[in-house]
Structure formats: structure tokens, C-alpha cells
Ligand binder design. Sequence first.
Ligand code: GBH
Length: 492
Amino acid sequence: MKRYCLILVLYLISSSRADISNKYFPESFQFGAAGAAYQIEGGWNEDGKGENIWDHFLHYNVSGKVVDDSNGDVACDSYHKWQEDVDNLKQLGVKLYRFSISWSRILPDGTPYQVNQKGIDYYLNLIKALKQNGIEPVITLYHWDLPQHLSEFGGWLNPQISDYFAAYARICFENFGPYVKYWTTINEPLSTCVIGYAQGLHAPGYYLIDGGMYQCAYVSLLAHAKAWHIYDEEFRAQQGGKVGISLACGAQLPFDPNSAQDQEAAERNYQMGCGWVGNPIYFGNWPQVMIDRIAAKSKQDNYPFSRLPEFTQEEIEFIKGTNDFLPLNYYTSALVQYADEWTGAPSYWLDINVQTFANESWPKSASDWLTSYPEGLRILLNRINKDYNPGEIIIAENGWSDNGELDDQGRLTYIQAHLSAILESILEDGVNVSGYTVWSLMDNFEWAEGYTQRFGIIKVDFDDPQRTRTWKSSAKYYQNVVATRCLLDQCQ
Ligand code: GBH
């Protein structure tokens, strides 16, 4: 396995980077665009919507949580302007729209006690308009906006939240399921677990670096599996859709490809990132290296148990095999270097204990974590396909940040190169990638970065009460790719 990857890495590094495939995308490949509720909707307290953790985090916290002190109260105002969003999707010619449902718009306090019909209607209208235009809704149930009441109940640290999530999922399947083929339960559980429960930078803002993120991932996996089983038992026969949990992964390359230590460090970083969620979903349990390291470090630090929760045999069976398809988010990759064991208070970072870098030659975006390495996507797809054999894969997120310029050549180049990597994975490596939803349809609320970093292929003017939308160069390019199924002026 390792040797296979290394050969692929060397081959890809040696081949010319500027090469864009001149082949056509298969007819079955579906192009799309993506967004998420809190980042675009606004209407934070309208028509019966309850408060969620982002509303709470940004209304009641001292300033400084978001660089420009902004929030998602209005965002792109898609709660009112959804028809214009559908129009833009139609103009682009895309066949997929990935969006998320705001849990507290449907269930104001998160519990199944009260269903807010106006919230249901909002999404039903959107879904029906999409279907009328031949656009398939790809729905995420949870894109980081937990109802505040449930957060006070312990949020993703309390295993019982998985039952509330399952109840919410059932209500969504009942109401929207007849129109939906692709469901994502939770978007990138690790992002909310690490950033929200360990770094404290996202809502709910907890700094629990010794174990919060592990407990959160454990509860998220239980929640996902419960929702999957509900769909499988109660809805699949009638509705025939697919349910998956999204993974956020990148290729992890040894800093020095000839160093055995760097190779081991890169593999460990991959396992403790991508494998942290991927392994339980596909094999039933955490990666062994993760189990062993955290157990050993916990012992060293006087814990009479491991800081990584242990699955029961029953849970292993329950979670294993619960992805009907894989929604994969890919942005960037990393070079990984071995480091001598650091000392200090127990933390996620000490558990992994590696140095990561971006290659100097990888173009830089407006986000410090995001550089462009399209070959990494191909390496990753091959690895995931071989290890997990996930069947159908949709690239659910992939995108580029800048400062908002209309002639966004950086984004255009990034999208072109990444689509090329996907196309080569399909045609040359036989990976079953069936679709791509670019992040994102339009500029939106970029969490702790507020409105300072833009990911949209369509510009949104946040100073204008109308939130005017204007197409950027990348949108025009993407429209052409969708129409011609070709990344260049000509294909063969
Ligand atoms: C996606 O996550 C989100 O799903 C989406 O909502 C968001 O708008 C989009 O990214 C763009 O950011 O600051 O070094 O700790 C992408 C994966 C994982 C990227 C966590 C940022 C933080 C890196 N994210 N990562 S760091």
C-alpha cells in the first residue's frame, strides 16, 4: 500500500503541473455548487426559527470571535432571496445544489416537541424550485449550527444528542425525503469537533484540547449511524436515496520522501485526521495508531483510562458500513515531518506530534491554511478508493479564497486544475467520482473570518441591503465547463 502511494506521488510530482486534461467529462458526471445554512440564509430569528450556537456565540460573546465582528444575521439573505439563488444555479447549468438545513429553523429548540411548519415550507419551496429546474438537492443535515438549547444540554459531548439528531433526521426524511437522492448527515465532524470543542474558535467555543474533540467525534459518529439506520429501515425502500457523512481530507506527503521517519509521520497524520472518521465508518473503529498513541499518552499523564472513547462491540457493528456514498471535501494537502516527542499538557496536537508545511511552490490563497496542490486530490482519491472502497464519491467541497475580486483568476485556475485531477482519477485510475459541488455558489459568512475571505464564484455585495449578486470570471468559466464538459477551449 505504502509503496503504491509513493510511486504515485513521485509520478505525479514529476509530471508537469500545468497539464490540464483535454478529455471530456463522462455524461454521467454531475456538476454543482454548494453552500451552508448559517453561512448564507440570514433570517436568524424569522418565522419561528430558534436560536442556534452561532447566533448565541456571536450575539452574546465579547467581540473578537470574528475578525470583522460580523455575524450571519443577514448573510446573503438567502432566506428571502432563494429564488435568485435558484436562478443563478439554473444559469450556471449545474445539476446539483448542496445546501444545509438549519436545525433550529425546523425544530426551534432542537427537540422534536415542536415542528416549525414555516421552516419546513422554506426548504420545501427551495427543493421544489430546484427539481423544477432539473437540479438535484444534495442536503446536509448538520453544517455546524446546533440548536442552542441542545448545546446547553451538553451538545456534541453528550451521547444523548445523537438521539435528538436522529429524531431531527427522521423529520427531515419524512418531509423532504420524497424529493432527495443525496443526504449528508454531518459536514466534516472533525472541523466542528476540533475548532469548536478544542480550539474554541468556532461555536460553542470550548477549549477542551485534552479530550473534547474525541468525545465530540464519538457522539457525532453515533448520531450519524443512528440517522443512517433510520433511513435504511424506514425510508430507503420507498425513497431510494443515499446517506453519507462527509470527510475533510488531504494528501499527507512525507517532507523528505526518503526519510522513513517522515513517511511514518505522514501516515500517522493521515490516520489521525482522515482515518479518525473514515476508519470507524468503513471498518468500525478508530485507526490502531490513534488508539495506541492516545492510550499510551493518557497512561503517561496519569489518566486511568484513554482520552479516546472506546467503542463497544455493539457500537462497532452499528457504525461500520454506514456510508452509502462518500461526500468528500478536499481543499489542500500537507508535507509532514517527524518531530521528537514534545512534552506538555495533554492535547490533540501532542497526541499527533508532527510538523506540517505547505510546499513553497503551492500557490497561496487568502486563507493561511489553504494552498493549491491539485495532484494531492488525485493521490487522496486513489488512497481512499483503495482503502475504503466507498463506491460512489462526490467531491462535496473544493474551493479557493481571495479578497473578492471579480476577475478571480486564482479561483478559476484552482477549479480548473482540481477538476482536471478529478477527471484523471476517473478516466485513468478508475475512481468512481460521480459529481462535484464547488465551494461555493456565492461569497458568504466564512465563520471566524467573517466576510474578509471570499470563496464564491458569484460575488455578494454585503454593503448593499439587497445583497446584490454578480458573476465573477470563475462563474463564467464554470458555466462553460458545465455546458461543454471540457476544461479547455477544445477537448477530444
Ligand atoms: C469547509 O471546511 C467548511 O465546510 C465550509 O463551511 C467553509 O466555508 C469552507 O471550508 C472554507 O473554509 O485554521 O489551520 O486550523 C474546510 C476544512 C478544516 C478548513 C479546518 C479550515 C482550519 C485550519 N476546514 N481548517 S486552521
